[in-house]
Design a protein around this ligand. Structure first.
Ligand code: AMP
Length: 369
């Protein structure tokens, strides 16, 4: 993903696909024109890359020139096409092939046809690398089209967003942010993340993913992942990032239609936080907030020992292991407060009180997002 000015763009068409499309166009046009020496005319600025690549691939003699029109202002196709550099040679009787980077509304093309109206060329052919059929509003014939694309703003390979992006050798498409709500529920072991997640997921229709629960499920089912995770969990240590991140990605993928997630027990390290950002970006989304339940250590130890009487969790049964989990939290996980604070996404909530009172405190934060 890349950011140009205020917008995010995701990879859309690779350099190889572009190259193949230009090769096809060059072959088709050469076949159709036979021995005639055409004049290829690029429309600046956007077409400079297409023209350069195209003429290198054109297998026969040809002439190349440019005209300069301006059509885009920011993200929208402007009504006002300006002719900045017009024709500078006599094209009477010549076969002219317009080489465009993209045709969307067709307004630039209308201006091209106006320019050629009195030129007495033998024929005027239109070739475009990209074409947006849904946006095209004119009747002019497009003789050669490289790649048809949906009506979404693109940058790269000559195309810009307010001046940036023309130099990129691939094409990127604008990311439309889907309105997901993604929350990291944070806090030391025993803070009440799991309990609160149960209420919040129902209230906000979110998918709750607890990495601890997924590991315990795997242990119960005696999977390879479970066996591996157990060796760390039983000591109160963190499972290695590589394993945990892979598992989390798979859990998120299982819920492709989710309107949002509550992540509980993840991320626990900087590497996990980065991986989570990357994962959300692939869904055209992001983490909205880290909400931390703040509870004193001694209260946590008492809560976990109490839970251990019924939870059946080996890591809740032994005070030394409990304290190790809390130490792991401060050594490796608490730093994530800085990670999310730097993006103004950290919200601390008092985690002591009745379950209902804490749910209300959490909801108050989520409602402001
Ligand atoms: P929890 O149920 O969140 O308290 O997690 C229980 C145990 O599972 C932890 O002590 C770790 O051993 C392991 N675990 C859960 N989530 C993660 C994570 N994000 N990264 C590494 N280990 C984890």
């Amino acid at each position: 993903m890349i950011k140009l000015h205020d917008k995010y763009f995701k990879p859309f068409i690779s350099a190889k696909e572009i190259d193949d499309a230009i090769s096809r166009m060059a072959t088709d046009i050469a076949n159709d024109l036979g021995d005639e020496i055409p004049v290829f005319i690029g429309i600046l600025n956007g077409s400079f890359m297409v023209v350069s690549d195209f003429v290198k691939k054109y297998p026969k003699p040809c002439e190349v020139t440019f005209i300069k029109l301006a059509s885009y202002e920011g993200l929208k196709s402007s009504d006002d096409i300006q002719r900045l550099i017009g024709l500078t040679q006599d094209l009477t009787g010549r076969t002219v092939v317009i080489l465009e980077d993209i045709i969307d509304s067709g307004k630039t093309l209308a201006e091209v046809h106006r320019i050629f109206k009195g030129e007495n060329v033998k024929q005027l052919l239109i070739a475009t690398l990209f074409y947006k059929p849904e946006a095209y509003k004119k009747d002019y014939k497009l003789h050669y089209v490289g790649i048809e694309i949906p009506n979404k703003f693109i940058v790269g390979f000559g195309l810009d967003y307010d001046g940036l992006g023309r130099d990129i050798p691939e094409v990127y498409q604008i990311k439309t942010i889907e309105h997901m709500t993604n929350i990291v529920l944070f806090g030391p072991p025993g803070a009440g993340k799991g309990t609160q997640a149960e209420f919040l997921k129902a209230q906000y229709n979110l998918v709750h993913i607890s990495t601890g629960d997924v590991f315990r499920y795997n242990i119960k089912n005696e999977t390879a992942l479970g066996t591996l995770a157990r060796s760390y969990m039983d000591k109160g240590e963190l499972v290695p990032d590589e394993v945990t991140i892979k598992m989390l990605n798979a859990e998120v993928d299982k819920n492709a239609d989710a309107v949002g997630f509550i992540f509980d027990g993840f991320p626990r390290t900087n590497a996990q936080a980065k991986a989570l950002d990357e994962l959300m970006a692939t869904k055209d989304s992001h983490i909205n907030a880290m909400i931390a339940l703040e509870v004193d250590d001694e209260v946590l130890v008492q809560r976990l020992l109490e839970r251990g009487k019924t939870s059946g969790r080996a890591d809740d049964a032994d005070e030394a292991i409990i304290r190790n989990r809390i130490t792991e939290y401060y050594n490796k996980t608490a730093i994530l407060k800085d990670y999310y604070s730097a993006e103004n996404k950290y919200f601390g909530v008092n985690g002591i009180g009745s379950i209902e009172a804490i749910t209300v405190r959490l909801s108050e934060v989520i409602d402001t997002l």
